[in-house]
Every structure is written in C-alpha cells, then in structure tokens.
Design a protein around this ligand. Structure first.
Ligand code: ADP
Ligand code: MG
Length: 588
C-alpha cells in the first residue's frame, strides 16, 4: 500500500504546517490517493477501513478550497452521528489552524439552535452536521447552501442504515449543481450506487484493499483504557511483568515526545525515535537501544519501520496503528529468531472497531486483559522481593549485622517485627496517587461487567477468568532497575557505594539540591539525570555529582540553574512519590 509524504501531495504551506504540528509523519494510503483527486476537482468514492485516516483525506482538500474572504458556507460534511460530527469538526479545526479566516462548525441534534445559529451567522465556511439537524436548519432558514461547492458524505452506508436516505437527498437537492461530491463508505450496496449515479459526475472509485497479513506467532493481548489513563496503565503493566526491553509505538511524533518525557519523569529509562530527528541522532539512539542501554524505545511507525533489533521482550501499541499492515510490522519486532514475545495494544473508545478490523485481516487472536490494580502490582513486587530475599538467605551472601539486631532485641523488639520493618523500608511505604481520578483498573472492571455479553467477536469466550496469573518466563534477570549516569545497567548497587562519594566537596559554581527520595524508592542516578534534564530542560552538563541515600538524594547542579531546577522538581512524582526539593545552604 502506497504512502507518501504530505509534501508530495501539492498542499499549501499552512496545511503542511498543520499536519506537522499534529505529528502526522506521512499520508495514509487513502489520503495519498484521495487528496490529489479531490484537489483536482473531481468527484470521488472512497472505500477504506476504519481508522485509515479518511477524515483528513476529505477535510484537507476542503480546507484548501474554501475561500477565507467569503463568509458563506462552502463545504458541507454529512456524518451519521453527532459524536462523529464533533470528532470531524475537531480534526478540521486542527487542520485549518494556520489557514487564517477559515472556520468550521459542527451542527448536530441536542445542542441549542441558538448557539448553532450564532456560529452560522458569524460566518463559517465548513459545516459538519448530521442530516436531521441540517434539515431542521434548512427548514428554519438558518442555514443557506447556495454557496456550497464541496460536499462530503462520510460513512454513507451507516447514514443510510440509520434512515437518513430521504434527508440526504433533500439536502443534496438544495446544493448548487456546480459542486464537487465525495462519498466515503465501507460498502457500496445498491442504494448507494444509485445515489452516486444521481449526485456524482464521473467519480473516481478509490479503494484501499487490505491484504491479509501473516502475523508472527506472538502472544497478543489488548487493554481497554481511557485515553487519560494510558500512561498509568502502561507503567503498571511494565512493572507487573517486569518488562525491561521493549518498543512503544505511538501514532504521532508529538505523542512520542510526550510519552518519552513522561516515562523519564516516572523513572523509566526511555528514549525516542521519530522522523524529525536527524539521521545521526536516530542512529545514536538505535545504537544505545541495541546495546540495551535504554529499556524502552518510544517510536512512530516511520521510524520503527527499518528498525532491526532482535530479542525485544514486548511491543506496546500505545496508540493503534492506522492499518493492519502497520500492526504486523510493529509486532514483528518481537519474537524474532524463534524467541517468544508479547504484543500489547491499548484501545480507547472507538478504537475497538479498528482493532476488530486488524483482527479480520491478520486472523490472529488478540486476548482481552484486565487493567492491573495497584494491589496486583504491589503484590508482584512483594513476591519478587520474597524470591530475592530467599535467594540471598539461601546463598548466605550477606554481611551479618548481629550487633544492631542484638541492640534492637535488647530494647524489647520482636525479631519478626524487626524483619517486617526492614521489608517495609525496602519496599517503601508506597504513596498512592490520590489526585489522579478514578483508578483505571476499577473503571476497566466496571466496563468489563457492563460489556461482558457484547464483547466483540474476536474475544473468544473460552478465555477463562481474566488475569488469573501473572507468571512470566524468567528470561530476564530479576531485581530492581539500576542504571548509572549514562543509563547503563549497574549491578553493584547499594548505599555503600555512594556513601563515600557523599563526602566529596562541592565543585565551585555548583549548588547542592536535596530531594526527599532515595534508594528505598529504587531511584537511580539515571532517573535523577533524566528527570532534571526533562523537567528543567537543561543539558546533562549542568548536573554534577549525585549521591543517593536510602531516603534522600543530593545532586549538584550548576548554580545558575539551581533555583529553576528546584522549582520544576517540586511536587512532581518520581517512582510514585511526590518530590520535595530544596537548595542545601552553603554552610550545611
Ligand atoms: P477513518 O475515518 O478512516 O476511520 P480517521 O480519519 O478517524 O479514520 O483517523 C483515525 C486516526 O488516525 C485519527 O486519530 C487521526 O487523527 C489519525 N490519523 C489520520 N491521518 C493520519 C496520518 N497521516 N498519520 C498519523 N495519524 C493519522
Ligand atoms: Mg471516519
């Protein structure tokens, strides 16, 4: 399937700037085909799967053709539902951002006529509406179609299923005959063919055939997640499975940057890969990733396409890909060379239909999983810790601390309490995020109950109880993540190592910053560098010595940046804890 850069489609600088800003890296196949045809003024009929980017395929030519100097309705988009009308209007708004004087308004049932009337009177060139409400406005005389030159019927088959046939015909009859007609429809039953014959002039039929794809044998599952909870769920799933080497795909460059930053601030070792980076920068990142100096690579499809990295543990589809082909490309990154791997996909809202489409063309089974609760994540940490502790005990590889223990016993503490207190210190008193709204695991559980009977067909019934177990292969070493300043894995952790460095005197021109979080929260120098570099947007050279203690950390930073860094760190979350930061006075 052909995809081309937007720059090759003959578009204005304003539109190119907008798609760049939206983070689109290249046109999807239907956009590649439809945009030039629509720009040339021809009528067209477009058929392609859900999620393939049809909205921009018709919205871009419409915006390009609208005359900003005229305050009349020139483009009319008909959509089956008000949700779709609103969605399309939002996309039009983003695409038209740099086109001065071009305005769009959604017109749908349920919203007051008064408000819509106002929008129409203010002068919009593009109206996006449901047929019923458009009819009402025509009847009331609050909408005039005399100047319309560009009409789109989006999801035509669905509009007809919903009984809008007569409304559509009535509306189209009020549009001047000198106009361009675009039909988009998943199917072309007889009624639609009739409609096309009546209202379109020698239309071009554009169809994006989806080839069946051979998906690799990878364990594939999906989570239903609200858009806002994706980050939280991602980190939970990573923690629960203790993933240490994976790729996370996002649909736009923007999302890639945002997610990479979020992961860094949450203490994961992550880097980004997208089309805006120079070839050299990309190569450098890839090298680091291949050498496993980065745990997670956040990437777009374009950047991920040529990526040849074997041995990846997991591929996350943080955003759904635009077609089945991209899905197969993405998940093909895991389970190379006969190894087993996992592909985990997040779907929110209408994504579920797009996933259905992917399943149809890949013929794979994608299992639904329930969003893990914080308790499950904690349980997992505890059981890992149990294993680790038992390993240390069995191997006898620990220094005796008899005198300390004797002193505590003498003071009347029970040995079991002493041990519990140590475990508590080690695992940290986990502060939970109370401000973040409903817990995504609870939301998912409720959704699960509600939807159980209407699960999409690709969710096999015999799937058994959700998430009854969390075992995974022991392919990767256990233990907390430890990285040094360069993000390298560092197995020689422990307070003893850094304690000596704490004595080191401060370099001139540096200030020492205190953070209320340390080893016990599993923070590492790489985390500290990542968080500071990202939050305060400063280069690594601003950061000097880092001394991590069990419950706090000192980090030296260049004097001139110290206050800004403290301000930026104050109150953010690291490893699930709210950060308290302060500059340590010189004489301390
Ligand atoms: P359809 O109407 O074909 O079902 P949409 O137009 O709703 O698909 O697009 C699906 C998603 O893909 C939207 O989130 C949209 O912003 C995004 N999208 C559209 N075009 C591109 C592109 N060229 N690159 C990346 N994402 C895109
Ligand atoms: Mg659509």
């Amino acid at each position: 399937m052909d995809k081309r850069p937007f720059t090759e489609l003959g578009l204005s600088p304003e539109i190119l700037k907008a798609v760049e800003r939206m983070g689109f890296e290249e046109a999807t196949p239907i956009q590649t085909l439809a945009i030039p045809v629509a720009m040339s003024g021809k009528d067209l009929v477009g058929q392609s799967a859900t999620g393939s980017g049809k909205t921009a395929a018709f919205a871009i030519p419409a915006i390009e053709k609208a005359d900003a100097h005229k305050r009349t309705v020139q483009c009319l988009f008909l959509c089956p539902t008000r949700e779709l009308a609103v969605q399309v209007a939002e996309e039009v708004g983003k695409l038209a951002l740099f086109k001065r004087g071009i305005h769009a308004a959604p017109i749908y049932g349920g919203q007051s006529y008064e408000r819509q009337f106002k929008a129409l009177r203010a002068g919009v060139q593009i109206v996006i509406g449901t047929p019923g409400r458009i009819m009402d406005h025509l009847d009331r005389g609050t909408l005039k179609l005399d100047d319309v030159k560009f009409v789109v019927l989006d999801e035509t088959d669905r509009m007809l299923d919903m009984g809008f046939h007569d409304d559509i015909v009535t509306i189209l009859k009020q549009v001047p005959t000198e106009r361009q007609m675009l039909f988009f429809s998943a199917t072309l039953p007889r009624v639609i063919q009739e409609m096309i014959k009546t209202f379109a002039r020698e239309p071009e039929f554009l169809k994006i055939e989806q080839k069946e794809q051979n998906a690799p044998q990878v364990d594939q599952s999906y989570y239903e997640v609200d858009r806002r909870s994706k980050l939280e769920v991602l980190t939970r799933v990573i923690d629960l499975h203790d993933f240490k080497y994976g790729i996370i795909f996002c649909s736009t460059k923007l999302m890639v940057d945002e997610l990479a930053d979020h992961l860094l601030t949450r203490g994961y070792s992550a880097d980004r890969l997208h089309g805006d980076m120079s070839q050299m920068a990309r190569e450098k990142t890839l090298q680091k990733f291949r050498a496993k100096k980065i745990e997670f690579l956040v990437a777009t499809d374009v950047a991920g396409r040529g990526l040849d990295v074997v041995d990846i543990e997991v591929v996350f589809n943080y955003d759904l890909p635009n077609d089945a082909e991209d899905y197969v490309h993405r998940i093909g990154r895991t389970a190379r060379a006969g190894k087993s791997g996992r592909a985990i996909t997040f779907v929110s809202g209408r994504d579920i239909y797009r996933l259905q489409n992917i399943v149809r063309f890949t013929k794979v089974r994608i299992r639904r999983e329930r969003v893990p609760s914080l308790d499950q994540v904690e349980e997992k940490r505890e059981s890992d810790f149990f294993e680790e502790l038992r390993g240390v005990l069995d191997a006898g590889e620990f220094k005796k601390h008899d005198s300390t223990i004797d002193r505590l016993l003498e003071q009347g503490y029970a040995s079991t309490d002493i041990a519990s207190a140590l475990i508590h210190l080690q695992l940290g008193g986990e502060e939970r995020d109370r401000a973040a709204g409903p817990d995504p695991a609870e939301v998912d559980a409720r959704r699960g109950e509600r939807n159980e009977r209407e699960r999409p067909p690709f969710e096999p019934r015999r799937d058994g109880p959700p998430r009854e177990s969390f075992e995974r292969g022991d392919r990767f070493e256990r233990g907390p993540r430890q990285f040094d300043e360069r993000g390298q894995r560092d197995n020689s952790r422990g307070p003893s190592e850094t304690r000596g460095r704490a004595e080191r005197s401060r370099e001139t021109g540096m200030k020492r910053v205190y953070l209320n979080i340390g080893h016990l929260s599993m923070i590492t120098p790489a985390n500290v560098v990542g968080v500071i570099a990202n939050m305060a947007n400063v280069p690594g050279s601003v950061i000097g010595a880092i001394d991590i203690f069990p419950k706090h950390t000192f980090v030296d930073v260049r004097e001139e940046h110290a206050e800004d860094i403290v301000a930026k760190l104050q109150g953010i979350k690291m490893k699930g804890r709210y950060v308290d930061a302060a500059i340590v006075p010189e004489d301390a």
